[in-house]
Design a protein around this ligand. Structure first.
Ligand SMILES: Cc1cc2nc3c(=O)[nH]c(=O)nc-3n(C[C@H](O)[C@H](O)[C@H](O)COP(=O)(O)O)c2cc1C
Length: 208
């Protein structure tokens, strides 16, 4: 697995910096290749394409996810480059977990509706340097990744209408479209491919 940790913090060498180093080391122990990058609101995120998993997170300051990460999701090409990427989310904050789940995590998740979220974790100040908690986060992430990428044994079926649409595709191109639509449907948890799913996949995958 190739993983990139995209993060932000206003505190150089602070708790978030230490946390991502621990996450990175734990992931590397599991055999993953890991890089980290501090977010800037306006930057080119095309490098994200090279990674299988994007681990994304930041602290909360004054009720908001740290501004460069949120800014990158709104102002840059990050969201475009996250298309179909598997994501893991983390936050560091002082608030109790239920409050953070309700108020802070959605600030990230609202930008990631089409993505597969492998795992998410809100780290309290006490958990930031707890190796067992970090290990658990990484274990959850790696097992969810393995499950999501397990050799596909497609159980997705095609409705008659969707098959008719597929038949209209030139034969030399048909298998590619079929596979792309089935992969999309599986990623999204659909069990059958309808014309609406094909339209949705086309919009998401840029015409397939
Ligand atoms: C200026 C400031 C504002 C903060 N505001 C909040 C907040 O609104 N809600 C919260 O849960 N935690 C808040 N925290 C706690 C931080 O999110 C938490 O300590 C985090 O681990 C800091 O990460 P850092 O060391 O990388 O800066 C705040 C911390 C600071 C320093």
């Amino acid at each position: 697995m190739r993983a990139i940790i995209l993060y932000d913090s206003k505190t150089a060498g602070g708790s978030t910096d230490r946390l991502i180093d621990s996450i990175g080391m734990e992931l590397a122990k599991s055999g993953a290749y890991v890089e980290k990058a501090r977010c800037k609101a306006q930057a080119d995120y095309s490098f994200v394409q090279e990674f299988d998993v994007v681990i994304m997170g930041a602290p909360i300051y004054y009720l908001l996810v740290s501004s460069q990460l949120l800014g990158a999701l709104v102002q840059s090409n990050l969201k475009k480059n996250l298309k179909r990427k598997k994501i893991a989310l983390f936050l560091t904050c002082g608030s109790p977990e239920p409050m953070a789940t309700l108020l802070y995590m959605p600030q990230l998740k609202i930008h990631l509706v089409p993505n597969k979220i492998l795992t998410e974790k809100i780290f309290s100040p006490q958990q930031l340097s707890d190796p067992a908690v970090i290990e658990e986060f990484v274990d959850e992430l790696t097992s969810a990744y393995r499950k999501a990428t397990r050799k596909r044994n497609s159980i997705v079926s095609w409705t008659e209408e969707a098959e008719e649409l597929l038949d209209e595709v030139p034969s030399f191109f048909r298998q590619r479209i079929k596979t792309a639509a089935e992969e999309y449907a599986e990623d999204m948890g659909y069990t059958s491919i309808t014309p609406e799913v094909i339209d949705e996949a086309k919009a998401e995958l840029g015409g397939m």
